[in-house]
Design a protein around this ligand. Structure first.
Ligand code: ADP
Ligand code: MG
Ligand code: MG
Length: 209
C-alpha cells in the first residue's frame, strides 16, 4: 500500500481486534504474573466495542477510523490500557490529514500516539510498559521512511523492533503501572502491554504488506 486510507485503517483495526481475540489468554496470563490478570479481557472488551462502532458507521477517512477507535477504547476499557491505547489512537487520528496518509505523515501520527501515551502515563523507556515496545517500533518506522521505505517496509521494520522491545521488557523491573507494586518481583516476566503493542505493529505490517 502507498498510503493509509480509510479502508486500510479499518483493515488494521479489524486485524488488531482479531489478534487480541487470538492472544487474549496469553495477554491475561502475562498480566496474571505481574498485574491483575485482566489485560486480555480489557482489550477484548474494548475491541469488541470498536468493531461494533466500525460496523455501524463508515468513517470518512483514516483519521476518523483511528479517532473513533480511540474514543471507544477510552469509554469501554476501565484498566490503564484503555485510556493509554485510547489516547494513542485518538492522537494518531487527530494527526492524520483528511487525504490518505503518506508513510511520512503516518510516521508523524504514530509519533503523536506515543507522545499521548507518555503524557498520560508518565512512563519512560525502561519502565517496563508498552512504551518499551512502542518507542523502538516508532524509531524503526521513522528510520525506514527516511530511507525511502513504503508503508509495508516501514511497518515490517516497526513490527520487528516492537517484538524485540517486548522481549527486552522481561529482565526489567517495573517502575509504572500495577507491576511496579511488585518491585523486584516484576523482574523475569514479559510486560503484557508491550506484548499487545507488538500485536499492534505486527497487524499493521500484515495489512500493509
Ligand atoms: P490495569 O493495569 O489497569 O489492569 P491492563 O492490565 O489492561 O490495565 O494494562 C496493563 C499494561 O498497561 C501494562 O502491562 C503496561 O504495559 C501498561 N501500563 C500501565 N501503566 C502504564 C503507564 N503509566 N504508562 C504506560 N503504560 C502503562
Ligand atoms: Mg491488568
Ligand atoms: Mg485491571
Amino acid at each position: 500500500a502507498r498510503a493509509l486510507d480509510a479502508p486500510l485503517a479499518e483493515a488494521w483495526i479489524r486485524a488488531l481486534a482479531a489478534a487480541v481475540d487470538v492472544h487474549q489468554r496469553e495477554l491475561t496470563d502475562l498480566d496474571s504474573a505481574i498485574g491483575d490478570g485482566d489485560h486480555g479481557s480489557n482489550l477484548h472488551r474494548g475491541f469488541t466495542a470498536v468493531l461494533a462502532v466500525l460496523d455501524a458507521l463508515q468513517p470518512a477517512d483514516a483519521g476518523a477510523v483511528l479517532g473513533r477507535t480511540g474514543s471507544t477504547l477510552i469509554s469501554k476499557v476501565g484498566g490503564a490500557s484503555g485510556p493509554l491505547y485510547g489516547s494513542a489512537f485518538r492522537a494518531m487520528g487527530a494527526a492524520l490529514p483528511p487525504s490518505p496518509a503518506t508513510p511520512a505523515e503516518f510516521a508523524g501520527a504514530l509519533a503523536a500516539g506515543l507522545a499521548a501515551v507518555r503524557r498520560l502515563g508518565g512512563a519512560a523507556p525502561g519502565d517496563k510498559t508498552l512504551v518499551d515496545a512502542y518507542t523502538p517500533a516508532l524509531a524503526a518506522f521513522e528510520r525506514a521512511v527516511a530511507g525511502g521505505a513504503g508503508l509495508a517496509g516501514a511497518a515490517s521494520a516497526a513490527a520487528e523492533a516492537a517484538e524485540r522491545g517486548m522481549r527486552a521488557t522481561t529482565p526489567l523491573q517495573a517502575r509504572k503501572g500495577r507491576a511496579s507494586y511488585l518491585g523486584p518481583r516484576s523482574i523475569g516476566h514479559q510486560d503484557p502491554g508491550a506484548t499487545s503493542t507488538a500485536l499492534l505493529f505486527r497487524t499493521l505490517a500484515d495489512v500493509t504488506g
